[in-house]
Design a protein around this ligand. Sequence first.
Ligand code: C2E
Ligand code: CA
Ligand code: CA
Length: 929
Amino acid sequence: MGGKVSSLTRIIGRLLAVVWPFLGIVLVLLLLGEHSLQSLAGARAYISGNNIWTVAQQQAVTQLRRYATTGDPAAYRAYLHQITVHRADRRAREAVLATPPDLPAARAALIEGRNAPADVEALIGFLQEYATFAPVREAVLLWLEGDQRMTELEAQAARLNTEIQAGRRQGEAASKALASIDQLDAGLQQIEREFGYKINDAARRLQQRMRWIRLGSALLLCLLGLLLSIRAVWRQLAVEQALRVSEERYAVVAESANDGIWEWDIGSGKLYCSPRVREMLGYSEQELGFAKQLVNIMPPDDFRRGRQQLMEHIEQRRHDVLSRSMRMRTRDGRTRWILARSVTRYDADGQPLRVAGSYTDITAQVENERRLRLAASVFEAAREGIVIADARDRIVSTNRGFLALGGHASGALAGRRVQSLLAPGFGRSMRREMARSLRDNGQWSGEAATLTASGETRPIELSIVAVNDEVGGLAYRIYVCRDIAERKYAQARIQHLAYFDPLTALPNRSYLGANFDAFISTARKHNQPLATVFFDLDGFKQVNDTLGHSAGDQLIRRVAQRLGEGIGEGDLLCRFGGDEFLLLLPGRDAAAVECLTADLLRRIGEPLLLEGRMLNVTSSAGYAMYPEDATDAESLVRDADMALYRAKEHGKNIVERYQTWMSAAVSWRHDMLANLRHALTEQQFQLRFQPVVDASSNAVAGVETLLYWKHPEMGVVSPNSFIPLAEESGLIEPIGEWLIDAALAQFANWRAAGLPRFYLAINLSGYQLRRAETFQQQFIEAVERHGIAYADVVLEITERQIVYDSHASLPVLDRLAMRGIGVSIDDFGTGYSSLEYLKDMPVTQIKIDKTFVHNLVTEVGDRAIVNAIIGLGRSLGVKVVAEGVENAEQLGVLRGYGCNLVQGYLYSPPLPAEELAAYVRSSVPVARG
Ligand code: C2E
Ligand code: CA
Ligand code: CA
């Protein structure tokens, strides 16, 4: 109901808006007509009023004449009755023209004046309105004049009455009064005529005036109406134009837009689809003519859901836009994702009329979203750190991988510049290179470093890909980074291994090679000396060979530590190889170097506990000075090495400076090694035999085989010089094999020649015992081959050797001893003073080292040692040999201590085989004697 009312008022409103000017015009014309009619009616009323007035005046005059002639009081009363008309009209005029006008009085007076009551208002209105209108004003003046005559007439009447009453006015008097009355009457009639003319004139002129006013108003109103009509037409045109534009716009949008437009008329069920919808889905107008046909082109679920949403929307009488997405099958069988948006129109009673909306093909978008979701899960799950930054390089998002890599809190990085996360070490040129590659190729990859949340630098392998927007501008940058800290660490390790010695953590020879020149150039620049010091442990090989490699390693570490503790800040200590250390000492002169090196040697030489044993390891050192001795790295190292060699030769545990002549010595050593290789094939080796004599009988108890090298140019070379060389070079094995064979052959010869019985001692090197099986086999084979009794052979092995390498030498010696072969501990007392091994060893003989014998007469301590060793031998039941006995005093002391076997120059130097035979023969009688 309310709806109907409101639509009605709407229609009336619209109507009024259109017709009000015309209504206004009609109203104005009506008012004008009414006004002119009223004015004319006023004029007419005055004319009739004039008639009444005139009639009344004539009656009054008639009656007065009759009164004058007859003296009839009835005539006088009739006169008085007529005269009231004039009096009332006069009062009415005065009441109207008074200020303010007294209209009720005027009305009453006019009625009294015998005017028609219907004319009263017209009379008042006319006089009020036109009092100043010229003909009316003139008429009023005439009226005033009339009033004056009437007053005179009344005065005449009053006089007449008085005289008649008095009885005096009869005859002549009456005729005089009549004459004056007639005169007044004539004047009044004149005035009345003129008044009538004036009023007529006023009416005529008013009529004319009204005509003009009407004409003028009509003209004006026509003009106004025209203007308003033009305006209305104009507006209509504008509305039509706007409508046309909007229709065109709609048509353009409907036809060209990506969106298809549709409208469902609910009443008829008809569906209108724009061409774009049909194009989108490929159906004809008939195939999509009704909404219910949609069920054919949509999956049931989608159709049901979409319809339900729409129905709910309509039931709730909603006017807003409803959006829903659904799948639709195209005519050629493809599935498209469609976004449907619609609004519903209802009638005044709220009944739904139409649903209009659009279809948008969002297939690409849905696919895109799916891809994005996939990308997002890849993004999150990736082990690599991924950072997405916008074109201004501000971080848009980071994945968990990246947060974990840098230890960042989630959300802490948003909006930060990616560059601020790259370590400062990532230089400007690198950044430029990166920017250039990104610009030209859209990508960059390489190694960089990122700053972690705690400010540490972490190496990463970084790939950057630029993602452009549709118009080719940079939209995003994707940074993918892999933590390569571990790889870097491994690289650094490898680098370290390449340049540092894993055992001691000292720089190695390669490191030295890479840095030596820098030391030299610094020294040159500052005009300072630079010392190159070489250290080499004394007897390290034996430690290594006898105590095992782990002990050797431990020793090297300890020595490195001791060396490191003794040097200064700018000094460079390297492990040169094996037991060799090289020290670069910048800025110290030779005296300071000598002093420091001596201190280092002292540090090394301090007793040290190794695998439960106290060892006294010493080192030798040699050094060369830059620039006096040499100016390049290679020469400095070579010179220091030569000096070291000299130090070794000079008795070890000392330091030597390089001197020019050493070059020759070293080259000699060098040459010697070369020569030694040929010595065997060239048969330059000789055997000499030194007798071991029974001190009490002077009989030869045995002979010690000593190896000599007779070089064609160098002459006889001492075994002390070449045995270490042979051991180092491995030549000791073939040499040893040859020696054993030669010595046993010689021994067999002596036997055959009938020489008295004595044993044959052979020196063994630790190197020979190391290859135990081979050695044992060869040795036994040789003994057997030459038909020699095992009991006649003694193997000499140094105490040092046994201490260092008992587990290598012991089993062999044990097995040989079981066959009856004697075992002699050579150089006894120079080892490590540990007698423990003696219990476990198949020892048959101890040889007191010549140094003790040498000092026997002078040194009380050595005498005590020798005495103790002899006592020990006796208690163990082994023979004791004193070697290096050179004089009778020594022999005397030894005899005093009960040492029976002696060896030395006092009896005989080592002798060639024939001479030895002669010596044995010559000594026999003494022995027997
Ligand atoms: P060694 O086993 O202690 O040999 C004894 C050394 O003392 C020999 O020196 C000998 O000439 C020397 N000598 C003997 N009597 C005296 C003396 O009264 N006074 C002094 N001052 N020295 C005396 P040589 O021949 O120079 O040998 C030196 C070392 O070379 C030997 O010391 C031994 O360790 C080693 N050697 C010699 N021949 C062989 C061998 O065939 N094989 C092995 N592995 N080493 C050998
Ligand atoms: Ca010996
Ligand atoms: Ca010896």
